[in-house]
Design a binder for this molecule. Structure first.
Ligand SMILES: Nc1ncnc2c1ncn2[C@@H]1O[C@H](COP(=O)(O)OP(=O)(O)OP(=O)(O)O)[C@@H](O)[C@H]1O
Length: 294
């Protein structure tokens, strides 16, 4: 197929064989002359859990929406599984801050409905059975017949998590999924997501403000500088061994240097980062890779 005159397809950043499962290639979001972020490059390997941390307003949710196909970038491309993303897909499930449940359906009904969309040939009974199993995996079997109004905030978010994992998406996208919850519920759900991700070898991308959450879940943590003109300033490899739980995490050698390193970035380095006068060795495509826990 020919290319329309004047329309230039994006140059592949690297040969397809060298691309990770999801490849973010030079994306930007601009409002007029102001770029919230630009020239953002990173990859997510199959089965890898990547967290993005950065200050409010640097464009994290926008990046997640671009990964979900909910909005296009103003520059650059996103390639998943060798294909450029041009819209949403059930291959990429999103868990939002709010649970986004349908209020007129029960917990089981919400999960079963999503399953029927993902698997149009499945019978109603099969969807209901799979929904029951998904709720049991997040300890919600007893509440399967309750509507969202009859569930606590944590239970609602659990239904959202059960629904997303039941879809067995190729990539799970999470936008601060626990931020509206109290500390105890949040901790329990973090452990549950860690378990579900490990069981499914789930490829995942998560935005969080919670450094411990990133350390618990992520294989790599992308540190984003402050906007406008935000960039991926550094990639932190989390070498702490798995399984990780909130109970064992802070006893692991390397945990404190890792936590301090990320906090130090958020408290000081994120605002000082200047892409026009970057630290030695930094380029948008090759930010420094660090292993503070090693
Ligand atoms: N219409 C607009 N004009 C100018 N700037 C805008 C407009 N809409 C959004 N923005 C800016 O885009 C940026 C991106 O917001 P986004 O929600 O992606 O950031 P975030 O890092 O996820 O923030 P938070 O952590 O607070 O959720 C914000 O700085 C916001 O001010």
């Amino acid at each position: 197929m020919g290319t329309a005159p004047g329309l230039r397809l994006a140059e592949p950043a690297s040969p397809p064989a060298a691309r990770p499962y999801a490849s973010v290639e030079g994306i930007a979001r601009r409002y007029g002359a102001v770029a919230v972020f630009e020239d953002v490059w990173f990859g997510i390997g199959r089965g890898e859990f990547v967290c993005l941390v950065g200050h409010s307003g640097c464009g994290k949710t926008t990046i997640l929406n671009i990964l979900a196909g909910l909005e296009p970038p103003d520059g650059g491309v996103l390639v998943v599984d060798g294909k450029e993303v041009t819209g949403p897909s059930l291959d990429r499930a999103v868990i939002f801050q709010g649970h986004a449940l349908m209020p007129w359906l029960t917990a089981a009904g919400n999960v079963a409905f999503a399953l029927s969309c993902r698997n149009p040939r499945w019978s109603r009974a099969r969807c209901e059975e799979a929904a029951g199993l998904a709720l049991a995996r997040v300890n919600l079997a007893h509440a399967a017949d309750r509507k969202p109004a009859q569930l606590s905030g944590g239970m609602k978010q659990r239904v959202g998590i059960a629904r997303a994992f039941a879809l067995a998406p190729k990539m799970m996208l999470m936008d601060e999924p626990f931020s509206a919850l109290d500390a105890l519920t949040r901790g329990a759900l973090q452990d549950e997501v860690a378990r579900l991700v490990a069981e499914a070898s789930q490829t995942a991308f998560m935005i969080t403000h919670d450094v411990d959450e990133a350390i618990l879940l992520a294989d790599r943590i992308l540190l984003m500088s402050n906007g406008p003109g935000a960039r991926i300033a550094e990639v932190v490899v989390n070498t702490l061994p798995r399984p990780r739980t909130r109970a064992n995490l802070h006893h692991m050698p390397g945990y404190h240097p890792l936590r301090d390193h990320i906090l130090d970035f958020l408290l000081t380095r994120s605002s000082r980062f200047d892409a026009k006068a970057p630290p030695a060795g930094w380029t948008p495509r090759t930010p420094p890779i660090t292993q503070p826990a090693a």
